[in-house]
Design a protein around this ligand. Structure first.
Ligand code: AVJ
Length: 324
């Protein structure tokens, strides 16, 4: 559609250099515990599989967050106030955003920030079509580093960073602190942060959510190898690995691995990586927080806990922070 061209014209691009991505990947695969960044889940197929995960009976996160948002959207909108600029980190397919776009008063702009340019353009197009009165200003960037915000036509009263889905769980507490710092910076004076957090809970519930009976999460995890094969000219054999997700109670995180079924040598461009039978490649950490410890982390960067909302079983929390 012609809309895509329009969006491409003002899309702000701040992508990493491909060489840097390859160096980072190889560095991860040369560690004693091999690892690959969770960003490699989200090629087109991976993003589709993730959408399927969000609908699995075992994966309580998305539906719990949505029900919290639905129940408390009025209070959230009044805390945020009128004429804010809404900056979404890792916007992906931007489904949850619609509720906010419909309830926030006189929104100055909606700024989706995502590393995947394709996703960004497609979802910005459909949002711009559905909400013609809202200025949509996508930014293609790795949001772990500070980035420049576009200037909306209407001067915002304040910036509100929105980071739903408990995606912050992918970062170690130290890295989450760095990310909170970036969010604090992008929020600016009088800014706020609305963020989804998956709460600590029993091992059984957690392990079920990441080892679903229908094998969608396994396919999602294994798809990382397909993605690496096409992005980096690698030759991972997807049949040579199996999926494992386990809860590390001490660290309060789900750990996802691909386990090698045999000794194998994988080529990545000109490089060779040796993987022994039974060896694990870490693909994701998904940290779970107690509310108090997340509040303490946020306080360290200057975010004051202003409100939070949870479900009856306290599985998930949506938290609102304001800059001191
Ligand atoms: C998108 C990072 C929130 O950690 O639950 C889902 C990703 N991994 N199933 C999560 C994921 C396996 C998800 N986040």
């Amino acid at each position: 559609m012609s809309n895509s061209v329009e969006h491409a014209a003002y899309l702000t691009e701040q992508d990493d250099a491909p060489d840097q991505e390859l160096a980072e990947l190889l560095d991860g695969l040369r560690q004693p515990l091999k690892m690959s960044s969770p960003k490699y889940f989200y090629d087109e197929r991976g993003s589709q599989l993730f959408e399927q995960i969000t609908e699995l009976p075992e994966y309580y996160l998305t539906r719990t967050e949505l029900s919290i948002m639905n129940r408390h959207i009025g209070e959230m909108a009044s805390l945020i106030g009128p004429t804010a600029s809404l900056i979404e980190f890792g916007s992906g397919s931007s489904q949850k955003i619609r509720l906010l776009l419909e309830h926030l008063v006189d929104l100055a702009a909606y700024v989706p920030v995502d590393i995947s340019r394709e996703h960004l353009v497609a979802s910005a197009d459909s949002l711009a079509a559905d909400y013609p009165d809202i200025e949509v200003l996508p930014v293609a960037a790795d949001f772990t580093q500070p980035f420049d915000l576009p200037s909306p036509a209407v001067m915002p009263v304040r910036n509100i960073v929105y980071f739903p889905g408990s995606t912050i769980g992918n970062f170690s507490p130290e890295a989450a602190l760095g990310l909170l710092q970036v969010m604090h910076h992008e929020a600016g004076a009088d800014g706020g942060l609305l963020i989804g957090i998956d709460l600590r809970k029993d091992r059984e519930t957690l392990e079920r959510a990441y080892n679903d009976a229908s094998g969608v999460t396994a396919a999602f995890n294994l798809n990382v190898l397909n993605h690496l094969n096409s992005a980096f000219d690698a030759d991972f054999n997807v049949e040579g690995f199996r999926h494992l997700a386990e809860y590390n109670e001490h660290e309060g995180r789900i750990e996802m691995y691909l386990i090698s079924e045999r000794n194998q040598v994988v080529s990545i461009g000109a490089e060779q990586i040796r993987i022994v039978s039974g060896e694990r490649v870490l693909t994701e950490h998904s940290h779970k927080y107690a509310l108090e410890s997340f509040n303490a982390l946020s306080a360290q960067v200057g975010f004051r806990a202003a409100a939070h909302w949870t479900d009856a079983d306290e599985r998930f929390a949506v938290c609102f922070f304001e800059r001191d």
